[in-house]
Structure formats: structure tokens, C-alpha cells
Design a protein around this ligand. Structure first.
Ligand SMILES: Cc1cc2nc3c(=O)[nH]c(=O)nc-3n(C[C@H](O)[C@H](O)[C@H](O)COP(=O)(O)OP(=O)(O)OC[C@H]3O[C@@H](n4cnc5c(N)ncnc54)[C@H](O)[C@@H]3O)c2cc1C
Length: 394
């Protein structure tokens, strides 16, 4: 699967590739006798869409729907679409939806929550879902809407453990221009900058990327004109926060996403230790980034979806990187990630499970911190809907 965006997944020696169409998926899951779990590939951006010794269920060829629902401002999106293609398609109709910082991810972006630069006014991507269609891990097909509270809640944030989602319908909104500012700043300025962002109007958001010792890059997105800002047509034209990955070296990585409330003063307190850890990164590709949410995302009750950290205002994510095949540096980078995570836990106690890590020792801890009290109910559902563990363990 060398065409995958994620280099670790692209380099994997997979057991095989399955590309069923909508008619075959049910039978495939019902009768699956091969190695488990089956890995699902939507956009192909995470390390767990293909892996050594596993079969991958590739949704890209068979589930490419991208069609507007007539008369309702909604779009049907197939499990094989990338979000960038969806946003481009919508833009031609003067519409958009709450996309993220990149157009590369597929439906996994929506199913794991979907936090974007417009989240403070437009909500999370899951908050725009109108209908979810797919096949449970046991092979039973489903078509669900909000009227089925329990299953809806589980699918909105924990779908990858329970079923394969083949298509969703999402409410769209009118496309509006955005005003972008970008720059760099010394790490010492970060807490003050975050404090300012926390009290800014909901139509603005701050995201930052720290991958150098003494400078971090920031990207400010506003829905209102600003003299010093660059106007773009919408999220489909958003510039990259982190820049292009190194072309010289084949790099593998794991990413963990955290969630925390407004806490700029807490960031101030951890700054000395944070700077030390950033200076001791095992590889230059190891980084810490964050995006802002809050506003509209806090208005949905925590019990309505499996994205339970509705008080979150910041989503930092930690990237551990190493040259492909260098197991020593892999171990050092992952332990650096855990050290950084431990430092941030007091101010960011939640996890955003946007990437699955069922191959890493901290998977169970991530599940607890992602789903909290909801985890037991998800496990009950899993026992019924995926009793043979065709999909990743919960
Ligand atoms: C460059 C980049 C920018 C990003 N920016 C953001 C951002 O701004 N906000 C944000 O919230 N996240 C962001 N992410 C994280 C990303 O949205 C998640 O990692 C997401 O899960 C990736 O989805 P995918 O379909 O591309 O991944 P894949 O690797 O194809 O799949 C990811 C996981 O989701 C499961 N999955 C995928 N599709 C389905 C399906 N149809 N049914 C059931 N399970 C499925 C798979 O089992 C797999 O484990 C970003 C990631 C990248 C690489």
C-alpha cells in the first residue's frame, strides 16, 4: 500500500488487502476467519490503517460517494473520500463543513470527532452528522440517526471499534471567506498568546506547531476581516500549519492527541520543563502542536456523543518521530512522547482518540482518558456488535 500518506502504514508488510463493494462488506465481516483485528483504511493518514501481518480493509476504491442531498443543505460522504475532496466539491456549490487543518484525512477525521479552525462557531464534525450507514463488526448492516441515542452516541467518536462506516450525511453551511495570519514566536510568548486566544471572539482560532528549539509557528484563522491578514476563500484553501515533511529521510511516527480546558496560566507553570523536553527531542521531527476549540463545541452535552471532553479548549498533539527501521530511536521517541504527555496531563487530562494505538502499551490508558465513564457502555456494545473482535480492541 505504498500510495498511503502515512509512511509507516505505507511501508508495512500487510497480510493482504480487501476492497469490498457495498454488497460484499456484510458477508466479509460476518465470515471473517483471517487474522484480527482487521484494519480499516479511509484516508490512510494514520499508522493503524495498515500494519505488518494484518489485513487491511481499504474503503477507498469502493466507497467514493460525494453527493449533495437535494433540497437539504447536506452532503453524503462515502468512507473512501478524503476531507479535502469533500471541501473542494462543496466549495463549487458555495458550501462548506467543519473541516480540519488538512484535507488529507478521510472519514476517520469525522468519526473521531473532527476538530477544525472553525470549531468555536461551527462545532465538531460529529455535531454535523445527520445519518450514519455501515456494517457492525458482526456483519449486520445499520442505518442510524439521532433517534437511536445509544448507538448514535457510540458511533460519534468511537465508530472504529464497533463498525465500518460506509457513508455519512452531514449538514453543510454557506461558504464564507476567512482571514489568515501566520508567523513564528519564541516559546516564552506561548502562554500569553494562549491567554489572549482564550478570551478572543469565537470567530477566531489559534493553532501552533513547536518543532524547533527556540521558535514555534502559529496560524490564526478569523472569520472577520483584519488589515494584516490574508483573505482565503474558505477552509479548502487553508495553508499548512507545519510545512512539508522532510523529503530526504523516510520517517515513521506516532501521534497522540490530548484535550484540556482553558488553562493558559497552567501552560505558564509547565513552560520551563516543557522547554527542557523540547530541547531534548530525540529526533528533529518530534514536535508538539495544538489547536483551539471551545465555543460551539462546549454547547453539546458530554453524554450526547463519545467525544466526552466538551469542556476542552485546547487540543495539543504530540508527534514522536524516528527514521524508518531505527528501533532504538523509536523507543527513545516514544518514551519522550510519554514524558511530555505526563507533563501535560494536569492541564490536558483528556485524550482525543484521533489515532488508534492498539499496538502500543498505553492503548488502555488512552481509552480511559478518551471515553471516561462512557467506556463501559462502549464495551457492552462491542461485546454484542463485534463479539469476535474483527475490529480493534476496546
Ligand atoms: C495532516 C493531518 C492533519 C490533521 N488535522 C486534524 C485536525 O485539524 N483535526 C482533527 O480532529 N484531526 C486531525 N487529524 C487527525 C485525523 O483526522 C485522524 O487521525 C483521522 O482518524 C484520520 O482519518 P483517516 O480516514 O485519514 O485515517 P485512516 O488511517 O484511514 O483510519 C484511521 C482510523 O480510523 C478508522 N477508520 C477510518 N475510516 C473508517 C470508517 N469509514 N469506518 C470505521 N473506521 C474507520 C480506522 O480503523 C483507522 O484506525 C489530522 C491528521 C493529519 C495526518
Amino acid at each position: 500500500m505504498s500510495d498511503l500518506f502515512n509512511p509507516q502504514a505505507a511501508d508495512a508488510s500487510v497480510s493482504g488487502l480487501l476492497s469490498p463493494g457495498p454488497q460484499e462488506l456484510s458477508d466479509l465481516l460476518r465470515g471473517w476467519r483471517g487474522s484480527k483485528p482487521l484494519l480499516v483504511c479511509g484516508g490512510g493518514t494514520t499508522s493503524r490503517c495498515a500494519s505488518d501481518g494484518h489485513w487491511t480493509l481499504d474503503l477507498r476504491p469502493g466507497f467514493e460517494t460525494r453527493s449533495l442531498v437535494p433540497a437539504i443543505p447536506a452532503i453524503r460522504i462515502g468512507g473512501g473520500c478524503r476531507m479535502g475532496e469533500v471541501l473542494d466539491h462543496l466549495a463549487t456549490q458555495g458550501l462548506t463543513l467543519p473541516g480540519g487543518l488538512s484535507g488529507l484525512p478521510g472519514l476517520g477525521y469525522v468519526l473521531t470527532g473532527g476538530i477544525g479552525p472553525l470549531a468555536r462557531t461551527n462545532g465538531l464534525a460529529i455535531d454535523r452528522l445527520l445519518q450514519i450507514c455501515g456494517v457492525w463488526g458482526n456483519g449486520d448492516p445499520f442505518v442510524l440517526d439521532r433517534s437511536d441515542d445509544r448507538h448514535w452516541r457510540a458511533l460519534c467518536g468511537a465508530a472504529p471499534f464497533l463498525g465500518v462506516v460506509t457513508e455519512v450525511s452531514m449538514a453543510t453551511s454557506p461558504l464564507r471567506p476567512l482571514w489568515i495570519e501566520q508567523g513564528s514566536m519564541p516559546p516564552a510568548d506561548l502562554p500569553q498568546r494562549m491567554l489572549k486566544a482564550e478570551s478572543s471572539p469565537d470567530c477566531e482560532s489559534l493553532q501552533w506547531h513547536w518543532a524547533e528549539d527556540e521558535q514555534l509557528r502559529w496560524l490564526h484563522v478569523s472569520q472577520q476581516p483584519a488589515a494584516s491578514a490574508v483573505r482565503i476563500g474558505g477552509l479548502h484553501q487553508l495553508p499548512s500549519l507545519s510545512g512539508a515533511p522532510s523529503a530526504n529521510e523516510r520517517l515513521h511516527a506516532e501521534v497522540i492527541g490530548l484535550l484540556g480546558p482553558a488553562a493558559a496560566t497552567g501552560w505558564n507553570d509547565v513552560m520551563p520543563a516543557l522547554k527542557r523536553l523540547m530541547r531534548s527531542r530525540p529526533h528533529p521531527g518530534c514536535s508538539l502542536s495544538a489547536q483551539q476549540l471551545g465555543g460551539a463545541t462546549t454547547l453539546v452535552p458530554p453524554q450526547a456523543t463519545a467525544f466526552v471532553h466538551r469542556d476542552a479548549v485546547w487540543k495539543p498533539w504530540i508527534t514522536a518521530m524516528w527514521p524508518a527501521g531505527d528501533l532504538t530511536l523509536r523507543a527513545r521517541s516514544l518514551s519522550w512522547l510519554e514524558e511530555l504527555w505526563a507533563l501535560l496531563i494536569p492541564i490536558c487530562p483528556g485524550v482525543h482518540l484521533a489515532q488508534l494505538h492498539h499496538h502500543l502499551p498505553f492503548h488502555q490508558r488512552e481509552l480511559r482518558l478518551a471515553y471516561g465513564d462512557h467506556l463501559e457502555d462502549l464495551r457492552d456494545l462491542k461485546a454484542r456488535l463485534d463479539p469476535n473482535g474483527n475490529l480493534p480492541a476496546l
